[in-house]
Structures are given as C-alpha cells and as structure tokens.
Design a protein. Sequence first.
Length: 303
Amino acid sequence: MLGAIAAVITAVIAAWATLRARRKRGGEVTLVDVSVGEGEAVLAEPGADAHLLGEVVPDRPVLDIAVRNDGDRKGLVRRIHVELKGLLHVPDIDPPSVVGLPWPVNGRTRAQERRLGPSGSYAVDFPLTEGSYNRSVSQEIDPGDVDRFVISLVSREAARGKDFYQVRLLLDGGRTRRARERVTSEPMTVLAYGPPSWESPAVIEERLSEIADKVREEAPQGSAEAAVFFNAVFHPHATGMEDYVTFYEEKLKVLTAALRACLKHASDGTRIRGWLDELERDLTGVERLRGHAAELRASGRHP
C-alpha cells in the first residue's frame, strides 16, 4: 500500500513539474541602458518618424531608454516615473553697483535671500521642483526583443543655461497592478534647458574697472560707508573687486563640476566636453583678473 501511495505522489510531482516547465514566463522587461541625449539630436536622426517623436522638445534633454524582454510572451511598459532631486541654480553675476550707505560696511551683508528656481517633463510636463512625476504609457516589447524609446524632460520654470537637476527613471511593467514589476535607473545629472551660461573674463574685467571708478566717485578718501553691491550682498569697497573675482571663479567651478556629472551618462558628450574646455580656459584667466584689480589700486583709480 505504501509503495502505491509513493508512486502516486511521485507521478503527481512529475506532472506538476512538466506543467510548470511548459507554462510561459510572461513578459520580463529589463533595463538595458538609459542615457541623457539632446532633443535636437534625436529629431535629426536619419529616418526619424515625426509622428513617433512628436513629444520631443528641442533644446531640452531626453532620456534615451533601451529595454529588453527576457520572457516568452509580449512584455509591456505601462507607466514611467521620473524622480527629480538635487536642484542646482547657477545665477548670472549681477553687474555691480557702488552705493553710499548711512553706516559703514565692514563685512559682507546679505540684503535678501534669493530663492533658487524649481524643476521638471515625457513630455512628462512637470514644474522644476523636487518630487516624482508619473505618466501612463503603453510600450510593448516582443519576446527576446530589445526596444528603444525616449522621454523628453521639459522642466517648465527652468532658466536657460542656469538650471541643473538629478533625475532617476523608474519603469513599471506587467499587464496588471498585481503583476507589476519595476526597474530603476541610476541617478543622472541633467542640464535642464539649453547650453550653460556664464560671463566671459573680458566682461568681468570691464566690471572691475567700473567698480574702481565708482568707488573713487563715492569715497575718494576711502570712506567705509561706500559698498559694492551684487547678487543681493553688500561688500566692503576695500574688498569689493576681489570678492567679485572670487564669486566669478566659484561660479565657473560649480558649472565645471555640474557638467562633469552630466558627462557620466551623456549619450554623446561632444558638446559637454567643448563647454568644459571653454570653462577651463576661462578659469585660467582668473589670476589675470586679480592682477587687473591690483593694477587699478596701484593706478589710484580705487582708493
């Protein structure tokens, strides 16, 4: 009797294993690659389909996505999540003004706090603020096939050439919520809108001359009541020129670091490397700007 029962159990297990082996695994979508591209470059690809690429926005970054279906049936990407964080706003350097105040300025004094900008878009259309932005999609991938699609990132409030952010992509696959599978990319740094923007050393040199001349007008004897004002901060006129150069140098360094982070996941880093070369060239001119400030003092144009 025991032998017969054991034989039945063995047969049931074998039949279950055979059925399980025959059962299809379904669509199993995996992320092959995600890189950051440029809207113009995607639209200019040979044979680009205007209908399929109708949501790509020129002058905005795109996430260029490759996915693979390792299952036995059609796979489906049904929802995308774009997570934004790490906002960085690199402002212009204001033209300086020299003002006479009713009190001495002996150290840097902030006039007001500036609020840095916000962030965000498949054309997922989102504000430039940290958070998660979602969009339903329907991207089918045949068994064993690799598919590519792009998400146009359109951050509404981004200032041209000044805003960076970090983005992470999450894809939901599966035909139902219960069968949902999620794949996630690494965080990627993105330049939100257009090429980076900064002032040339020639512009800064001219502004240093303006500071020197205006300080001489306002405080010919070196009165402490004259101050140099830029980017919401009052600076003592005795250090105003040097502070201006230092602010400029820090801006170039911040842009350099941000663009190097962008380069890590760029689908084509040619333009970014060109911008980095320009920044490196302008950074080498900072010491010459400090020398120009010293010359202005020595000439008597700045008390």
